[in-house]
Design a binder for this molecule. Sequence first.
Ligand code: AP5
Ligand code: MG
Length: 224
Amino acid sequence: MNLILLGPPGAGKGTQAQRLERSRGLVQLSTGDMLRAAVKAGSEVGLKAKAVMEAGGLVSDEIVVAIIADRIAQPDVARGFILDGFPRTPAQAQALDTMLAQRGLKLDHVIEMKVDDAIMVDRVTGRFTCAKCGAGYHDRFHKPKVEGTCDQCGGHEFTRRADDNADTVRSRLDAYHAQTAPLLPYYQSKGVLRSVDGMAEIDEVTRQLEAVLAGGASLARAAN
Ligand code: AP5
Ligand code: MG
């Protein structure tokens, strides 16, 4: 099964993709994670992406499409994938269509995580991540069961993202509405768009996603 999780910064794409990886054996393909790894490694791509990411803008389609094309060619992706943070522009969506057609693959669902922008700044600025395994947490909404210890791997070191400050989040929200939201009607017209209530509690969002994957027709997104 191949999915896209679509939603603004803080919508819960990464949180839910990690859960679907564990429950369904799908592979999470997060362009944000790939770009952050490139920045950390100091590669050519990382050097080009760093300033754009810190300002909350979008990295060029050319760079991002090349990263995904490389990743989608790897054998583990045949298990099924969850795209998290890609595509983000109409050009990326078209490049994805071409890549999938070349590989004889199709998208089963594009799932919009519907949220209110007002709370996204709180969500993103409170986020932290296990430095060892990448599990995601939140200062208020999702604390580790034992303070200072990762639930998943027992690690004790946590990191925060350089772009998780209030000003940058606002720029990222603007980029989402200007450049990514236009993909909703595109996928609606292809008949693959579904939605879940991203404002619900994390477990409830997972339940709604599982219902979509199980074919719950009631969650199909109504035409506007
Ligand atoms: P990316 O890493 O994709 O960031 P983003 O889209 O801004 O989304 P986030 O990762 O901030 O949010 P999320 O939806 O994953 O939320 P999460 O689950 O962590 O991209 C970063 C940058 O890279 C971009 O700005 C751009 O520069 C560049 N980039 C990446 N892809 C690109 C592309 N395709 N083209 C061009 N540039 C690209 O949840 C957030 C917090 O809320 C967590 O702490 C979590 O615990 C908590 N939480 C989650 N769900 C809930 C809930 N239901 N209730 C309460 N709390 C919740
Ligand atoms: Mg994320």
